[in-house]
Design a protein. Structure first.
Lengths: 187, 283
C-alpha cells in the first residue's frame, strides 16, 4: 500500500461499508532528541462545519481522555508501534461534528526552544477499530517540517453520509496557541 | 435511677472538655410547615397541600392522567402546588471557574477555584509571589506529593529547587523572574497529586508579609490572593492545589503557621518527608 501524501483523501466507509470504528495512530521518531518526544502531545478536536471545536470538552488529549459522549477516546497506552492512539466510534459522533482533527503540539512547559524540524519521522495511520488492521498510512510528514511547534496531521470528515480521511500536515509556528486560535479552543 | 445515667452523672474534673458538655434540646418545629423527604418511589404522592406548601418530593412523578386541554375560556387553576422541586442551580456542588477575561480573586468567602482540564494540562502554570524587596528575606516554595507517592519540598534558593529533586525532567521549578516563582510543567500534570504553596523567612529576621500571590494559566487566566500577615518568621501558607481527576482545584489558605516548615508540612498531612532540620529536606 502506497503511503498517502499531503492533501490526499480516502473514502473510508465507501471502501469498507461495515466500518464502525477507527483508530487514529501517530508514529514519531526524534532520534537522540528524547526531550522532544517527552513534550509532544497528540490531541483530537471535534469540530463543526466551520472547523471550530464544538466545546472545550471536545478537545481530547492526555488530560481529557474522552469527549463527553465518548465517541472519541484517547488510549492511555497505545497498542502496537504508535506513540499515541485515539479510538473513534463513527456511529457515536454527535451529528453537529463535521470533522475530527488530529493535531500534534510541543507543550511549552518548563523547557522550550525545540521544534518539529528535529523530528526524523512523523506519520499518522488509520486502523480498523474492529480488528486493528491498518487501512491507510501517511507519508513521512517530518521531512517538510522546519520550525513548526504544532501541526495538524490529518482529519476524519463527513462526506455523503460516510466518513473520509485526509492527510493534512500543515504546521504552526506558534504552537498550541495557534492550534487553539484556529479551532476556537479556550485554553 | 442508675448512677450510669448520663443525665445525672457527676461532673468529671479530669476531663476538661466535658465541662462544656451540652445536651441537645428539642428543636422547635415551625408551626404550619410540613417538611418531609419522600424517597420511596412506590409511595403515593401526597395530594393534600400543606399549609406552607414546603414538601420536598424526590420521588418519580406519577404519570399524568389524560386531561383534555382547557378551553381558552377556562379560568386558570388556583390549586397551590403540592411539591417544591429543587432548582437546578442548587443541585450539587458548582465549581467556580476562571478565564482570561478577568482576574479571579481568592477570598475567605470564595476561597476556591477549579481549573478546567485544558487549563490543568496545557503549557505551564506559573505561581508568583509578588512581593517587594523591602519585605525582607523570604523564599517561595511548595510541599508536594506526586502520584508515585514521593513527597518532598521544592523551594527557591535551596538545594531542592526542582521537583523531584535532581530530576532531568522536573515537574516543578522554583526560580526567579520579576518575582520568585514556581513553574509547573502541565505536560506532567498527571504526575502531581497535590501541593501546598508557602512563603518562609530566609533568615531569623522577621519578614513584612505583604504583596500578592498571582497564579497564571497558559491561556492567561489570573488568580490572585493578597498576602497579608504581621511581621514574623512564621511560615505563610498561601494556597493548596489538589489534582482532582485532572482538574486542579486551588484553595486560598492565607494561614500563618508559627514554627518551622516541618510543622507546616505535618499540619497539612505531608508526613513522608525526611528532614535535615526544621526547614531543610534531605534532597
Amino acid at each position: 500500500m502506497n503511503p498517502m501524501r499531503r492533501g490526499e483523501n480516502v473514502a473510508l466507509t465507501r471502501e469498507i461499508p461495515s466500518l464502525t470504528s477507527v483508530v487514529l495512530g501517530t508514529s514519531l521518531s526524534a532520534g537522540s532528541e528524547t526531550k522532544l518526544l517527552e513534550n509532544l502531545v497528540m490531541a483530537t478536536i471535534l469540530c463543526d462545519a466551520n472547523s471550530k471545536a464544538i466545546s472545550d470538552e471536545h478537545f481530547v488529549f492526555f488530560n481529557q481522555l474522552s469527549s463527553p459522549e465518548e465517541s472519541v477516546a484517547q488510549r492511555d497506552q497505545a497498542l502496537g508501534p504508535d506513540l499515541e492512539q485515539v479510538v473513534v466510534d463513527l456511529h457515536a459522533v454527535p451529528p453537529e461534528v463535521e470533522r475530527i482533527v488530529v493535531v500534534l503540539y510541543l507543550n511549552e512547559g518548563v523547557t522550550q526552544h525545540r521544534s518539529f524540524g528535529q523530528l526524523k519521522q512523523c506519520t499518522i495511520r488509520v486502523l480498523n477499530g474492529a480488528d486493528g488492521a491498518e487501512l491507510v498510512r501517511s507519508e513521512n510528514l517530518a521531512e517538510a517540517f522546519v520550525a513548526e511547534t504544532a501541526v495538524t496531521l490529518g482529519e476524519l470528515y463527513r462526506h455523503q453520509n460516510g466518513w473520509k480521511f485526509k492527510v493534512i500536515g500543515d504546521g504552526y509556528s506558534n504552537g498550541v496557541r495557534g492550534i487553539a486560535a484556529y479551532y476556537g479552543v479556550d485554553l | 435511677m442508675s448512677s450510669r445515667d448520663p443525665a445525672h452523672a457527676p461532673a468529671r474534673s479530669d476531663l476538661p472538655f466535658l465541662k462544656h458538655r451540652g445536651r441537645l434540646g428539642e428543636v422547635p418545629r415551625p408551626v404550619g410547615v410540613n417538611v418531609s423527604l419522600d424517597l420511596d418511589p412506590s409511595a403515593p404522592a401526597e395530594t393534600t397541600p400543606t399549609a406552607a406548601g414546603n414538601e420536598l418530593n424526590l420521588s418519580a412523578p406519577p404519570a399524568a392522567p389524560h386531561v383534555p386541554a382547557p378551553s381558552p375560556a377556562s379560568p386558570p387553576s388556583t390549586r397551590p402546588p403540592t411539591t417544591t422541586s429543587i432548582p437546578k442551580s442548587s443541585r450539587g456542588f458548582r465549581r467556580r471557574r476562571t478565564s482570561a477575561a478577568a482576574a479571579t480573586h481568592l477570598t475567605p468567602e470564595e476561597p476556591t477555584v477549579t481549573l478546567t482540564r485544558l487549563q490543568s494540562g496545557v503549557g505551564a502554570l506559573t505561581i508568583e509571589a509578588a512581593c517587594t524587596e523591602s519585605a525582607g528575606d523570604f523564599r517561595l516554595g511548595a510541599v508536594y506529593t506526586l502520584a508515585s507517592g514521593v513527597t518532598s519540598v521544592v523551594q527557591f534558593g535551596s538545594e531542592t529547587n526542582v521537583a523531584p529533586p535532581r530530576s532531568s525532567r522536573p515537574i516543578v521549578i522554583a526560580s526567579r523572574g520579576k518575582f520568585q516563582q514556581l513553574t509547573v510543567d502541565l505536560r506532567q500534570s498527571r504526575q502531581l497529586s497535590r501541593f501546598l504553596v508557602y512563603l518562609v523567612a530566609g533568615s531569623l529576621q522577621p519578614v513584612t508579609w505583604s504583596g500578592a500571590l498571582v497564579v497564571t494559566t497558559f491561556g492567561g487566566a489570573r488568580i490572585e490572593m493578597p498576602i497579608v500577615a504581621a511581621p514574623s518568621t512564621h511560615v505563610q501558607v498561601l494556597v493548596s492545589v489538589f489534582n482532582v481527576t485532572g482538574e486542579f482545584v486551588l484553595r486560598g489558605e492565607g494561614i500563618d503557621i508559627p514554627g518551622d516548615l516541618r510543622n507546616c508540612a505535618a499540619a497539612y498531612g505531608f508526613e513522608r518527608i525526611a528532614w535535615l532540620d526544621g526547614n531543610t529536606v534531605l534532597a
